[in-house]
Design a protein around this ligand. Structure first.
Ligand code: CTP
Length: 404
């Protein structure tokens, strides 16, 4: 998953190589990227928008507005979305329009308003590629900062043999992997502390109160932060999963008190604190140091009195010096009101809400469906995604907030 979390805005212009862009879309998604496609009207003659919307699971933008319902396709919003715009295939016509800024279709308008890097994979006949006009346009685009994925040699649609074929989808994917690996990491040197998993609260030496948290969301976040160059420590309760990135430091604990003690040592030097653990709110008031034996009466009841555990998130938030602090809220009812209340009462910058009512969200699943609420009452709802993809959404969102 070498492109995990990357957002790629794929522009498809009208050449026969457009059919290869369907395979390219699949390969990008397989590598963990999220892909949104925009097509020039000419590209539709070669391949249907339905192919791309099915593969990318996003609507495809072709025109400035949708004729069926009159809704506007906003090229500025589209241009802001991607980590990169990749135009593949880029025909001689599209390259020419890009070089002088003829904004007569959605794809070029988006290119003109984009702030992210732009790469093109040209595809055309040998003579067109070698023509001084095309080479001049390519020079102009390079001078304007556009990255060019060189066309490859081979048999062309015209029957000619030579340079002009769009780079093979696999080669474009490798090019993107190299590109992203050389980009400066956005959280280089930042220290991130994450709590993850459940806590177990001892009743006696063999029994405990716990919960179903798997720690997967916390570890996915740890991996996502580490991939952005952050120095990450996860303090986690008893779990069977672990982060994939070996640079992530893990500290295993059992109870809420131990989790708090360990976090407190790391917190002062932390830049970003994420509380993803499902901490037990109560712990047995007097755990027995011997195994509790049942009595002779089959009708007996056993009462275990519980006392409150410290709220790790609230405690650390009250000790904040510079930290950006994010909590989670797993709710079953009044989801947004409850999450907003926790955000306020625990003094957070942001809270991630998952509702137990959403299929595929919450404990044990590999997927999650979240909403992000911030202290300025902004709210963004996300679709059901893998926990890995959700982690990248959260990290991107935090980076945007830190840079705002
Ligand atoms: N949290 C914590 N320490 C606790 C309880 C919760 O650090 N003792 C953190 C969780 O990691 C999460 C947030 O607080 O980031 C909200 O946890 P949640 O269990 O949803 O809410 P609670 O505050 O425990 O409230 P309630 O159980 O009443 O909904």
């Amino acid at each position: 998953m070498s492109l995990q979390g990357k957002k790629i805005l794929l522009g498809v212009s009208g050449g026969i190589a457009a059919y290869k862009s369907a395979l390219l879309t699949r390969l990008l998604i397989k590598q963990g990227a999220e892909v949104k496609v925009m097509m020039t009207p000419g590209a539709k003659a070669f391949i249907g928008a339905l192919t791309f919307s099915t593969l990318s699971k996003h609507p495809v933008a072709v025109d400035f507005y949708n004729e069926s319902d009159g809704t506007w396709n906003n090229h500025v919003t589209a241009g802001m979305w991607g980590d990169i715009i990749l135009i593949a295939p880029a025909t001689a016509n599209t390259i020419a329009k890009m070089s002088v800024g003829i904004s007569d279709n959605f794809l070029i308008t988006t290119y003109l308003s984009a702030k992210c890097p732009v790469a093109i994979a040209p595809a055309m006949d040998l003579d067109m590629w070698q023509h001084k006009a095309t080479q001049g346009n390519i020079r102009t685009l390079k001078n304007n900062g556009v990255l060019v994925i060189a066309p490859e040699s081979g048999e062309l649609a015209s029957g000619l043999i030579g340079e002009g074929r769009m780079a093979e989808p696999e080669h474009i994917v490798s090019w993107l992997e190299d590109f992203f690996s050389t980009q400066p990491k956005r959280l280089s040197g930042k220290r991130v502390l994450i709590t993850a998993g459940p806590t177990y609260e001892a009743i006696d030496p063999v029994r405990f109160i716990g919960n179903h948290s798997s720690g997967k969301m916390g570890f996915a976040l740890a991996d996502a932060f580490a991939s952005e160059g952050a120095i990450v420590t996860v303090v986690h309760g008893p779990v069977t999963s672990s982060p994939q990135n070996t640079a992530v430091k893990t500290v295993g604990v059992t109870s809420a008190i131990e989790m708090l003690d360990n976090c407190q040592q790391i917190f002062p030097e932390t830049d970003i604190f994420i509380a993803a653990a499902a901490v037990a709110d109560y712990t047995p008031a007097q755990p027995s140091d011997k195994k509790i034996k049942k009595g002779d009466n089959p009708d007996e009841t056993l009462n275990i009195s519980l006392k409150r555990n410290p709220d790790i998130l609230k405690t650390l938030s009250s000790q904040r010096n510079k930290q950006f602090i994010v909590g989670f809220a797993l709710e079953t009812d009044n989801e947004f009101a409850n999450a907003a209340k926790k955000l306020r009462e625990k003094g957070l910058d942001m809270i991630i809400l998952n509702s137990m009512n959403d299929t595929g969200a919450g404990f044990q699943h590999d997927t999650n469906k979240i909403s992000i609420l911030d202290k300025f009452d902004n709210q963004i709802n996300f679709e059901l995604k893998s926990k890995k993809a959700v982690a990248f959404d959260i990290v991107n969102h935090i980076i945007n907030k830190l840079n705002a």
